[in-house]
Design a protein around this ligand. Structure first.
Ligand SMILES: [Fe+2]
Length: 371
C-alpha cells in the first residue's frame, strides 16, 4: 500500500482500480441484476473519471489501509465471475458493445501492469537499503549499438492507426503528414553516451537547457538520470533487481523530457517528432523501437486532426489530457509485448522520470531553403 509520491500509486490500489474499471464501465451498465461488491469502493478506486462520480484524492491513495489485500482479491474474484456470466448470457446484439468495453478494460489493465512495476521501483529506489523486486530481472540487451543515422523517406506519409486490432482513440484519426528530409538514429542513446554528456558538464551548462528544465534541475539537484547513485566513485542505478552498476551498453532510462532535450542540444542533434518516429518505425529503420525504453519525442501531446472524444465517462480516458504533456513512442521492457505498436502514443509531463523513458536522436541534413 506504499505510495512514494503523488504520481505513483500503491500496488493494491492498481489492482483494485483495474477491477473497478470493469465493474463501473462493463458490469453496472450491462449485467442485469449485477450486485456491486462494495458501494464505497467506487469512491476509493475511481482514478480521474469525473462523470463516474466523486473520488479519493490521488496523493492520498497510500492512506488506504483498508480494504486490505484479501478484500481486493475477493473484489477481483467477484468481478471476474460476473464478467464471465455477462459473456455467457449476452445476446448477439449486445455482444459487440460488451466486447468493446471489455477490450478497453484489458488494455487499461495492461497499462497498469507497467505502472505497477514503475511505481514499485520508485518506492524501492527511495529506500536506502535498495530492495530487490526480482533478482532475476535484467534489461533485455539492445539489439544494436549502431551509431549511424539513416534517412527517413521524406514527403507525404500516413500516420496514426490503420487496420485491424485494438487501438486507443488517441491513435486516430489516421492522417497525412509531410516530412522534411530527416535522418534518425538507428540505436537508442546509451548510458555510455549519457556519461559523456555528464562528463562534459551537461548538468551544469544552463545554455543546454529549457528554462523550465533548468529551474527543475536546480530545485531537484539533478546531476544524473533518475535512480543513479555514485558509490566509491562508480555509478550504480536502482533497478527492479536492486542496485546494479550502470551498464554502459544499455540504453539510458529514467530521464525526463528536459534531460532528453538538453542531451539532444549538447549532441548537436534533435529529438524526433512523433510523426518522424512513426514513419521510421513503420519503415523498419529503428533498432529497439520496442521493448527497452519509451522514447521521448519533441511532439506535444495534442489531438490528431479531426479527433473527437467519445461521449460518456470513457471519453475522459485520453482526450482530456491533451495539454502540457509530451509524447513518448515505442514501448519499454515493462510494457506487455502485445500492447506495443507503431501508432501507440504514450504521454507524460516533461519533468517525469520514474517511467522507463529514454530517447533516440534525429538530425536534419540541411535546412530547406524556403521559397
Ligand atoms: Fe487507470
Amino acid at each position: 500500500m506504499v505510495q512514494s509520491m503523488p504520481d505513483a500509486s500503491p500496488a493494491k490500489w492498481h489492482r483494485a482500480h483495474t477491477t473497478w474499471f470493469f465493474e463501473q464501465f462493463l458490469l453496472r451498465p450491462h449485467l442485469r441484476g449485477y450486485r456491486v461488491f462494495e458501494e464505497r469502493f467506487a469512491y476509493l478506486f475511481n482514478s480521474y473519471y469525473v462523470a463516474a462520480g466523486p473520488r479519493h484524492a490521488r496523493p492520498k491513495r497510500g492512506l488506504l489501509t483498508r480494504p486490505d489485500c484479501d478484500d481486493v482479491v475477493a473484489y477481483r474474484a467477484h468481478v471476474d465471475r460476473a464478467v464471465e456470466s455477462l459473456l455467457a448470457e449476452a445476446g448477439d446484439c449486445e455482444l459487440p458493445a460488451i466486447v468493446r468495453i471489455l477490450e478497453i478494460g484489458l488494455h487499461h489493465e495492461q497499462q497498469h501492469q507497467e505502472l505497477l512495476l514503475t511505481d514499485i521501483l520508485h518506492a524501492f529506489a527511495g529506500n536506502p537499503i535498495a530492495p530487490v523486486y526480482d533478482a532475476a530481472w535484467e534489461l533485455p540487451r539492445a539489439a544494436s549499438y549502431a551509431n549511424d543515422f539513416v534517412d527517413v523517406p521524406s514527403g507525404i506519409h500516413t500516420v496514426g492507426f490503420v487496420g485491424e486490432g485494438y487501438r486507443f482513440d488517441n491513435e486516430g484519426p489516421a492522417h497525412r503528414v509531410f516530412l522534411q528530409p530527416v535522418r534518425i538514429a538507428r540505436a537508442l542513446v546509451s548510458n555510455a553516451e549519457w556519461l559523456e554528456f555528464m562528463a562534459d558538464s551537461g548538468y551544469a551548462t544552463p545554455s543546454l537547457w529549457l528554462s523550465d528544465g533548468w529551474a527543475l534541475l536546480e530545485s531537484e539537484g539533478w546531476s544524473a538520470p533518475g535512480y543513479w547513485r555514485k558509490l566509491d566513485g562508480d555509478w550504480f542505478s536502482m533497478t527492479l533487481a536492486g542496485l546494479k552498476p550502470v551498464d554502459l551498453r544499455a540504453p539510458v532510462a529514467h530521464v525526463s523530457y528536459y534531460e532528453a532535450d538538453a542531451f539532444a542540444r549538447w549532441a548537436g542533434k534533435h529529438l524526433p517528432s512523433e510523426e518522424e518516429w512513426e514513419v521510421a518505425a513503420r519503415a523498419n529503420l529503428l533498432d529497439d523501437a520496442f521493448g527497452l525504453v519509451w522514447q521521448w519525442t519533441r511532439s506535444a501531446y495534442l489531438p490528431y486532426p479531426g479527433y473527437r472524444t467519445q461521449a460518456g465517462a470513457l471519453g475522459e480516458y485520453n482526450g482530456k489530457f491533451m495539454v502540457n504533456q509530451m509524447v513518448l513512442r515505442g514501448s519499454s521492457h515493462a510494457t506487455p509485448a502485445d500492447h506495443a505498436r507503431a501508432s501507440y502514443r504514450n504521454f507524460f509531463y516533461p519533468p517525469a522520470r520514474w517511467q522507463f523513458s529514454g530517447l533516440r536522436l534525429v538530425d536534419y541534413p540541411e535546412v530547406i531553403a524556403h521559397a
